[in-house]
Design a binder for this molecule. Structure first.
Ligand code: SF4
Length: 412
């Protein structure tokens, strides 16, 4: 039986796409393994130049480790290479998408044995996990000046509600307790996120629904009401900020300024004082002077995010930002990244501290050496001394103490 190993780099959408591709291959009778496969598939990310570099490094490492294995590249990076008609010496196949015809072409080009016809690809349970991604949207028409993803993912697409609900039911039947709604531009889900969320919320056995990421200006009052009131909604919103400087936000072509962003955060906190608010931030965007970076730091201090995903700007050919003046050197990007990291570590700890002595609800996900870890509804990493029987359980606990890793909790 042909075996495959799949690794996904990058965002939640990429993780989701990797899992669905694996599922399709399993349905064709290929066996998924963790080591020494016949074919190694890398679902690569292109969001930054560094992400593309990582794709190459990972492929080279796989080639060194398993010289005879067939190497396949899929995901955004495969789309990028296809679009640019570039080749990569390490590769045996470039899988430009996960459509049955493309999978069929790959299987036959690599002479891989299958047990079923590619046309017969259907759903089948995936490994039971606690938290699953549910992709309901793809594509983006915003074209921020630094972003290659919008160029790679094609037009916007929204998954019909019945289809999304079907997959959600299946994921819940497999044992998932939490679903994370993902999309490249989730707030552009059509016709609107609210009817979808209201349908998902009716699924029996589903305990928690989390939004992976949504643009601040797309947080409507109705959506906020749902997040605040639904017993299944997680009290957590990930709002990509990218910069706290209005000059940089304009250059990035982001559709808001820092005042508008802060007003959305204030609206959320009025409605949900203990909600987790996380973000993405780019440091070293062209033209980001020390003064403008200081504005960003100041803004971060003001907002007090509970987590910041930091990207160091890297120019992507074909995007306006790649040729802008005022490119920032790597040393400055590294230093700025460290400074942002220090700010959010402090703000995260301030946020966690509010939960010492307070009750939280945690879904327990991993266990190592007698310590079980999981996330609260607010997306606080929590840990407790316990045995594996806690895994995939949702329990109510009390915050005990704040550590650099998160919140130590105790049973109630
Ligand atoms: S919103 Fe901007 S950063 Fe996000 S995918 Fe669209 S173009 Fe890229």
């Amino acid at each position: 039986m042909t075996t495959f190993l799949i690794k996904s780099l990058g965002c939640k959408v990429s993780q989701y796409d990797g899992e669905r591709l694996a599922e399709k291959l399993r349905n064709l009778g290929l066996k998924q393994v963790e080591d020494v496969p016949d074919v190694y598939i890398l679902n690569g990310c292109s969001v930054t130049g560094r992400a593309s570099q990582k794709v190459r490094q990972t492929l080279r490492a796989a080639r060194r480790r398993w010289p005879a294995v067939k190497l396949v590249l899929a995901g955004c990076e495969a789309r990028l290479l296809t679009q640019r008609q570039e080749e990569m010496a390490e590769l045996d196949w470039l899988l430009k998408d996960a459509e049955p015809a493309s999978i069929e072409a790959m299987l036959s080009a690599l002479a891989l044995d299958v047990l079923a016809e590619p046309g017969s690809i259907s759903s089948q349970p995936v490994t039971a996990r606690t938290r699953a991604f549910l992709k309901v949207q793809d594509g983006c028409s915003q074209f921020c000046s630094y972003c290659i993803v919008a160029h790679l993912r094609g037009p916007e697409w929204s998954r019909p509600i019945p289809d999304a609900v079907d997959e959600a039911r299946r994921l819940v039947a497999e044992g998932h307790r939490e679903l994370v709604l993902t999309g490249i531009h989730l707030g552009h889900y059509q016709p609107s996120l609210l009817p979808l969320l209201k349908e998902l919320e009716k699924i029996e056995g589903l305990d928690r629904i989390r939004l992976s990421s949504i643009e601040s200006i797309e947080v409507t009052d109705e959506l906020l009401d749902w997040v605040a009131e639904s017993p299944k909604a997680c009290a957590h919103l990930h709002l990509p900020l990218q910069s706290g400087s209005d000059t940089i936000l304009r250059a990035m072509r982001r559709p808001y300024n820092s005042t508008e962003f802060a007003a959305v955060v204030a609206r959320i906190r009025t409605r949900m004082p203990f909600a987790g608010i996380t973000t993405d931030l780019i440091v070293g965007f062209p033209g980001e002077t020390e003064q403008l970076f200081a504005e960003t730091l100041q803004f971060l201090e003001k907002i007090q995010f509970s987590r910041i995903h930091i990207f160091k700007f890297s120019p992507r050919d074909g995007t306006p930002a790649a040729t802008m003046g005022g490119q920032i050197d790597n040393a400055a990007k590294n230093r700025r990244s460290d400074e942002v990291e220090a700010v959010w570590q402090r703000s995260a700890q301030n946020f966690y501290r509010q939960f010492v002595g307070r009750e939280l609800e945690v879904l327990w996900e991993t266990s190592e050496s007698g310590i079980v870890q999981g996330f609260s509804r607010e997306y606080i990493p929590c840990f407790i001394a316990a045995n594996d029987s806690l895994l995939n359980q949702i329990t109510h606990v009390r915050g005990l103490s704040v550590t650099p890793q998160g919140l130590q909790v105790t049973e109630i």
